[in-house]
Design a protein around this ligand. Structure first.
Ligand SMILES: Nc1ncnc2c1ncn2[C@@H]1O[C@H](COP(=O)(O)OP(=O)(O)OP(=O)(O)O)[C@@H](O)[C@H]1O
Length: 312
């Protein structure tokens, strides 16, 4: 199955860039984890990298954090190679696990981190406050919930006052309440202008907390737009028709088509104005047996990110 995102959703803006990935490919031996990603993120954007397991999200995040280098292409963060941006404190990360000692209190943990990285003590109270954990400063880390531990990692990441915060699937395993409190803290902080990139496979999380959703499948971007644009793309309908010998490239050019798919003699055309698509098919092509169906957000996400072998 092949799907194409509508061109207006893939257009990148101009201006000073927080992140600039240009033709980035990452291979691990025979495995191509990232297969040609171009991504431009402006300062202050809150961006979700959304995709199923194995889509290449963590590999992309690792390159943005300078933990690995692209096999091809270039990665720049605030105009610099990522490892330099990290060393300068321009970027920090909230990872999913690790890095916490359970016998320290919340506040001691942040103080210790500040001391280790030469951050001023005055930054500690502010970081606890911004992460929404100032009231549990004397709680032992081992007694904190999963959500509180993530907000503690968030507080630690805030110490250098980074321009860009990167979160790799930060709420995996958290309950609904913990996730909400965690994201409320991130959102409130981002209102101050910090750039935030988070990887997730929770569609609702991307929808609720990102200004922009970048859908990744098999190491490629398959859709890129504001949450509202991707939602509109996802909220469209599908025209199914029998059209032997159809070429994907021709289908994608039909007015109103956002994405298309060919399976044998059957074509699937997805778009917002399915009447227009149906009219075109009936008047300009030999299509027959038309059927129009609605898709919900979840279906659309699965379709956009499904593997080639998986029927949509
Ligand atoms: N160090 C590595 N060596 C070999 N293959 C790797 C390595 N790291 C990642 N991969 C492969 O690259 C692909 C992308 O993996 P990646 O972890 O980036 O995906 P992801 O979107 O973050 O998935 P998940 O949601 O499961 O974390 C997968 O097929 C994975 O098995």
């Amino acid at each position: 199955m092949t799907l194409t995102a509508s061109p207006d959703l893939t257009a990148a803006g101009t201006g000073q860039l927080a992140v600039n990935l240009d033709g980035v490919v990452k291979r691990f031996g025979a495995v191509t984890a990232v297969d040609g990603i171009d991504l431009r993120i402006r300062p202050g954007e809150v961006v979700a990298l959304l995709g199923p397991n194995g889509a290449g999200k963590t590999t992309t995040v690792d390159m943005l954090l300078g933990l690995s280098r692209p096999t091809e292409g270039t990665a720049r963060v605030y105009g610099r190679p990522p490892h330099e941006a990290v060393a300068l404190g321009l970027v920090s990360a909230v990872m999913q696990t690790g890095g916490l000692l359970k016998d320290y209190t919340v506040e001691e943990t942040v103080r210790l981190t500040a001391a280790l990285f030469g951050r001023p003590r005055t930054a500690v109270a502010g970081a606890l406050q911004r992460a929404g954990i100032a009231d549990i400063g004397d709680r032992l880390v081992g007694k904190c919930s999963g959500g509180q531990q993530q907000r503690l990692r968030f507080a630690m990441a805030l110490l250098p006052d980074p321009e860009l915060l990167i979160l790799d699937e930060p709420t995996t395993g958290m309950d609904v309440g913990g996730r909400r409190e965690f994201w409320d803290a991130i959102r409130t902080d981002a209102q101050g202008g910090r750039t935030v990139i988070f990887a997730t496979h929770y569609l609702e999380e991307a929808d609720a907390y990102a200004d922009r959703i970048v859908l990744v499948r098999r190491g490629r971007i398959v859709a890129d737009g504001t949450a509202a644009q991707v939602k509109a793309l996802a909220a469209g309908r599908t025209v199914r028709a029998t059209l032997p010998g159809a070429e994907l490239a021709d289908l994608t050019r039909i007015p109103g088509v956002d994405s298309s798919e060919v399976r044998g003699d059957t074509v699937y055309l997805h778009g917002r104005d399915t009447d227009e698509i149906a009219r075109h098919l009936l008047t300009r092509t030999g299509a027959r047996d038309l059927e129009i169906t609605s898709r919900n957000l979840e279906d659309a996400f699965l379709t956009l990110t499904a593997d080639e072998e998986t029927p949509a």
